[in-house]
Design a binder for this molecule. Structure first.
Ligand code: PLP
Length: 461
């Protein structure tokens, strides 16, 4: 029973409707005002104007939103924005970068299929490919991403995609995207690039042949370390219709939608997003929350400013560390002499990403962890955090953190030693960051006092 409406301030009933009805419906009108900033559509579901409309949406015959697990208007703005920034045709936003990679691989590679992936990938992606997806019958072969012949040799008739990062994390190896894309396309499969570290401000993999671009939006797109999210962009370049037998998920009748053929219904650049949303996000549920989509949208609005400033700061830090007696080597492709410097000049003319690493001096022995800990624990401005792309400057120890599940051989293949420290440069004053590194290295490594370190002065940016 609906309780009667209480009197308003005037003492009169405010409406003929009951209190419970008002409680859930009063004041909500479809268009009260046009918000200048994208609003957060904090709703789980959407109202249909008629049953006919609902039925059309459920059958994928009409475009629109059914339920928050598949889409949300705030999320759709984020999807369109990231797709445009990457120069792509469409995008799907999900709950995390890990989810973006997972749904991408699931949508492109069926059971019994195979992936060729760079051995330099982020540790969580390696975990996903070599363990979880392997459990479900998707095989993987890891190759040295610089060895173009190895990519070609690893492809089998079951291979359905090649996967790498544009700029790898943590060693910052720059991928020759065009060369790997050519190998993929010669084999009739798409190239998927994780552009989390690169960001579309510094590099757009689609311009170099990548067919799908994934992001951990948690990182630079969000930019403030506040929200998890992931995005996959379909560049619209890969023609699934050219070899229909190989891509039945797009070209064969889709039973759950009345035998609709997604390639016919949605076409190039959109069929992939339709499959990901209607099957993998729908069935597995890794949806992005409207609030997180909104937070990431706020971050995207300052992406170029942040990324440029962070790239400049990172180069200053790398130059400083490269002269430090306690540092054995710095992995930053902006430095001349770095093995990926020439590729950085070719692919990253706007600047090199602000995630890089350095190795402390010391033997690869049991004392390495303590030596690294004594430096990282002494830092006061840098934060020890398992994240990158934050406004704050962050450090991590890949061997005991992000890449701790890898074998010693896998870590070595990725260029990571027990002494490797990852840096993600933030937006603080560079002089404060350099002073922090110096005091931590000086306090923690008396065996390697930084004598002769050049004093550098930095004008405020
Ligand atoms: N890709 C890269 C390059 C990453 O660094 C990470 C996380 O560190 C991921 C994907 C996974 O993203 P998320 O943490 O948002 O799930």
């Amino acid at each position: 029973m609906t309780s009667p409406c209480p009197p308003s301030a005037s003492g009169l009933p405010s409406t003929a409707q009951g209190f419970s009805t008002l409680q859930v419906q009063a004041g909500h009108h479809a268009t009260t005002a046009v918000a200048a900033v994208p609003p957060i559509h904090q709703t789980a579901a959407y109202e249909f104007s008629s049953l006919a409309e609902a039925a059309g949406l459920f059958a994928l015959r009409r475009d629109g939103i059914i339920y928050g697990r598949n889409a949300n208007p705030t999320q759709q703005i984020l999807e369109e924005r990231v797709a445009r920034l990457e120069g792509g045709a469409s995008a799907v936003a999900v709950a995390s970068g890990q989810a973006a990679v997972a749904v991408t691989v699931l949508a492109l590679v069926g059971r019994g299929g195979h992936v060729v992936a760079a051995e330099q990938l982020y540790g969580g992606t390696i975990d996903l490919l070599q363990e979880t997806l392997d459990d479900f019958g998707i095989g993987v072969t890891f190759v040295d991403q610089d060895d173009i012949a190895a990519w070609r040799d690893a492809i089998t008739p079951r291979t359905r995609l090649l996967f790498a990062e544009s700029v790898a994390n943590p060693i910052a190896q720059v991928l020759d995207i065009r060369a790997v894309a050519d190998v993929a396309h010669a084999a009739g499969v798409p190239l998927v690039i994780d552009n989390t570290v690169g960001t579309p401000h510094l590099i757009r993999p689609g311009e170099h042949g990548a067919d799908f671009v994934v992001h951990s939006a948690t990182k630079f797109l969000c930019g403030h370390g506040s929200s998890l999210g992931g995005v996959v962009v379909d560049q619209g370049s890969f023609d699934f219709g050219a070899d229909p037998g190989r891509w039945p998920q797009f070209t064969a009748p889709y039973q759950r939608f009345g035998d609709m053929v997604l390639w016919q219904r949605f076409g190039r650049g959109h069929a992939f997003a339709a499959l990901v949303k209607s099957k993998y996000v729908h069935d597995l549920g890794p949806s992005i929350s409207p609030f997180n989509a909104w937070q990431i949208l706020q971050g995207v609005e300052t992406l170029d400013l942040r990324v440029s400033r962070q790239a400049q700061t990172a180069l200053l830090l790398a130059e400083h560390l490269a002269q430090h007696p306690a540092v054995a080597r710095v992995h930053h492709p902006g430095l001349t002499g770095n093995p990926w410097h020439a590729l950085a000049e070719r692919y990253l003319p706007r600047g090199v990403p602000s995630v890089f690493s350095f190795d402390l001096v010391g033997p690869e022995d049991d004392g390495a962890f303590e030596r690294v800990a004594s430096v990282l624990d002494a830092l006061r401005v840098f934060r020890l955090v398992a994240n990158i792309g934050d406004a704050r400057s962050l450090v991590a120890h890949p061997a005991s953190m992000t890449h701790s599940h890898l074998t010693a051989a896998q870590r070595a293949a990725a260029g990571i030693s027990l002494h490797t420290v990852r840096v993600s440069a933030g937006l603080e004053d560079p002089a404060d960051l350099i002073a922090d590194l110096d005091q931590a290295l000086l306090a923690a490594l008396p065996a390697f006092p930084p004598r002769g370190v050049r004093k550098r002065h930095f004008a405020p940016a």
